[in-house]
Design a binder for this molecule. Sequence first.
Ligand code: S3P
Length: 179
Amino acid sequence: MSQSLSQNIALIGFMAVGKSAVGRKLARRLKRRFVDLDKTIEKGAGAKIRDIFQAKGERYFRRLEKETLTCVLANDGQVISTGGGIVMDEDNLRLLQRRSLLICLRADLNTILRRAGSGKQRPLLVARDRVERIEELLRQREKYYAHAQISVDTSNLTVDEVVDKIIALAGRSQDHADP
Ligand code: S3P
């Protein structure tokens, strides 16, 4: 992954696929700065994501998300984990594509359900029928996630295994990239 030392690496993908855990370890392995976008939003707002959703609504959250992304992507050489819905905004997607190597993490439905747990941390998963909700969101988002250059199914892998796979695939994608 040498050529892209200055390029950002952004992890996209559905909720609970492992973006934050993988991003943190990937950054450590590559000796890069790690930015968890949702945590950065929370820090800036002085409130948890679920409280932002509750008090001000999703549109307000998306505005914060966009501002924070723009700010973070002004820098280079970072590993960035993003929120699952960030790519649904076309400006965000274009900016991510221009300023980073896009890696999509995936997981099957049962794994998403298990990893998401039953907590209310993720306001968009609070639903009468969680399975239906997840399937609906996955359907809506698939075409956006498909823009990633690299895609890794994390369902049966440990965080370290996912990191190994990303490093191998990213190296290979650069070997084939235009000089
Ligand atoms: C969201 C995903 C969350 C967070 C917010 C909205 C989404 O992040 O940004 O609750 O729209 O999928 P994670 O993907 O880290 O859960």
